[in-house]
Design a protein around this ligand. Structure first.
Ligand code: NAP
Length: 247
């Protein structure tokens, strides 16, 4: 029996846990790890653990202490710190590591979008050509837009904020993906949004992007950070193949 650690926090991590538990139950024990950023408790097949490891050294210690044989980093493409820690810890503990990296979105040529390299550039772009922006880049990114004073923001968060947001004029809407296309369009119309701000997260095209495309609304996309070196899979199926070939 081998042991797999999945670094999670994404829909793909959940699917990978479900499918590897269902398909490889007699050969594999699965542990999924969450950072514990949102209020929802992990609910997935197999064992789960919650909270940080204490950097690469802490993760390497965990891999050794739990006798982990395989590591799949299925965290979000913008979760840069944990992915770099996974890379380093896998080297330290000599555990094979695979990164599940979603393929980038392919937007149609008619799309009105601009890709910027980071949040500061996104704030700059929004300040230049938006008056009412839909900010969907996550709680930890809101601060980057604090200096944009001429724009009203609709901020979407997973959980209600625990402290006032540092934005001059805004409203908050809460909800957990996936969102419904009709509801996204209604939200955009209700708040007279003129620009969508999103991380370029890859994978299945979310309803907010489809809504913006259908409404011919400008989209400011923040490019993902470069991933650490090493083997990558684009889909859950590819991950399962990598795992199975090592059992
Ligand atoms: P991050 O900046 O890369 O990680 C910050 C710290 O959180 C890490 O150093 C680690 O703490 C801990 N951590 C992160 N993921 C973990 C996991 N799966 N299991 C245990 N500890 C973890 O990550 P982030 O951007 O804050 O994202 C946090 C989590 O939310 C990730 O798991 C990610 O998959 C998920 N998520 C992120 C985004 C996003 O846009 N960033 C979007 C959707 C979901 P220690 O150093 O103490 O080990």
């Amino acid at each position: 029996m081998k042991r797999l650690l999945i670094l999670g926090g994404t829909a793909e991590a959940r699917q990978l846990a479900e499918q590897s538990v269902a398909g490889l139950v007699d050969r594999l024990e699965v542990i999924t790890s969450w950072a514990g950023r949102t209020d929802r408790a992990p609910d997935v097949a197999g064992r789960t653990r919650l909270g940080g490891f204490g950097g690469a050294a802490g993760l390497a210690d965990y891999l050794a202490a739990e006798a982990v044989d395989l590591l799949v980093d299925a965290t979000h493409p913008f979760a840069e710190t944990i992915s770099m820690a996974a890379h380093d810890a896998a080297v330290i503990a000599d555990v094979p590591r695979l990164m599940l990296l979603r393929p980038p979105w392919r937007l149609p040529p008619s799309a009105r979008w601009v890709e910027v390299e980071d949040l500061a550039a996104a704030a700059d772009a929004v300040g230049r050509f938006s008056r009412r922006a839909f900010l969907t880049t996550g709680r930890q990114t809101v601060e980057a837009f604090a200096g944009v004073e001429n724009v009203w923001f609709l901020v979407r968060l997973i959980d209600p904020p625990s402290a006032p947001l540092p934005l001059a004029a805004h409203a908050v809407t809460t909800g957990r993906p996936p969102h419904d296309l009709a509801a996204e369009k209604a939200l955009i119309a209700e708040h007279r949004i003129d620009t969508l701000v999103s991380k370029s997260s890859g994978g299945t095209l979310p309803a907010k992007i489809t809504a913006a495309l259908e409404l011919a609304m400008p989209i400011v996309l923040v490019a993902p950070p470069p991933p650490p070196p090493g083997p990558r899979a684009a889909t859950v199926e590819e991950c399962l193949g990598w795992i199975e070939s090592r059992l």
